[in-house]
Design a binder for this molecule. Structure first.
Ligand SMILES: C[S@@+](CC[C@H](N)C(=O)[O-])C[C@H]1O[C@@H](n2cnc3c(N)ncnc32)[C@H](O)[C@@H]1O
Length: 218
């Protein structure tokens, strides 16, 4: 199944908000701490591992825009410039954006309400583009991204998003020296990454998860 369908707001263990998709029985983040997981996987192991002051990021699965918002917070602290493209096949509805906003996610609104396809200046140093596209058919500019946040639903729920072909495409989209980070540490996924050419690193995972993955294009 690949459609998001019905979504319910729920609270994770660190008090931050996430969504649950009954049709997939998947959460948008770890129920053991949504914000903690995003910070650990995408900011600490991803953004902070990239040495450049201008960072071009591709996110696979914008969802609630938590990763985008944490990236903005970190970039402002560090004085870095970000160009952020986010793929999202099933954007949140206006009602869902309002509802998550009332649950502490109001800083995500500028990302969630951006006009699809247009470059939106979130701040002077942060440009954002929402691409309402399927990651399986995404044709971005080759060798153009420093960092990929691969935040699709788990391979058990959406195996078609974790294939050799998808990781070959991700590899091509990265600049040499770029990295892809994901919460997923499954052996079959790491094998697909290696087959695509990535150098794969296992890192300690967020709470209740032994490992996560960072994959480099050398
Ligand atoms: C784990 S959630 C992402 C959580 C998100 N990064 C956040 O901070 O809230 C996975 C996301 O991938 C999206 N998605 C599902 N299938 C997709 C596809 N084929 N292409 C692009 N996005 C897809 C879902 O709608 C969902 O928003």
């Amino acid at each position: 199944m690949s459609t998001a369908g019905e979504r319910h707001i729920t609270q994770s263990a660190d008090g931050s908000t996430t969504l649950w998709v009954p049709g997939l029985d998947e959460h948008y983040h770890s129920i053991h701490g949504a914000l903690t997981e995003s910070q650990h996987v995408f900011i600490e192991a991803g953004l902070k591992a990239i040495g450049t002051s201008n960072v071009r990021i591709l996110e696979v699965g914008l969802g609630t825009a938590l990763n985008a918002r944490l990236t903005l917070d970190q970039a402002q602290q560090d004085g870095r410039s970000i160009a952020y493209d986010a793929l999202e096949k099933f954007p949140l509805t206006k009602e869902e954006i309002e509802a998550v906003g009332l649950q502490g996610m109001s800083k995500e609104a500028p990302f969630l309400t951006a006009t699809p396809g247009a470059a939106t200046q979130i701040t002077e140093q942060f440009t954002f583009r929402l691409l309402v596209e399927d990651v399986k058919s995404f044709k971005g500019e080759q060798g153009s991204y420093d960092l990929i946040y691969f935040d699709a639903f788990a391979p058990s729920a959406q195996p078609d998003l974790w294939t050799d072909a998808v990781f070959e495409n991700m590899y091509g989209l990265l600049k040499p020296g770029g990295a892809l980070v994901t919460y997923c540490a499954k052996g079959v996924v790491k094998r697909s990454m290696k087959a695509a050419g990535f150098e794969v690193e296992a890192l300690p995972g967020p709470p209740r998860k032994r490992e996560m993955t960072r994959a480099w294009k050398r």
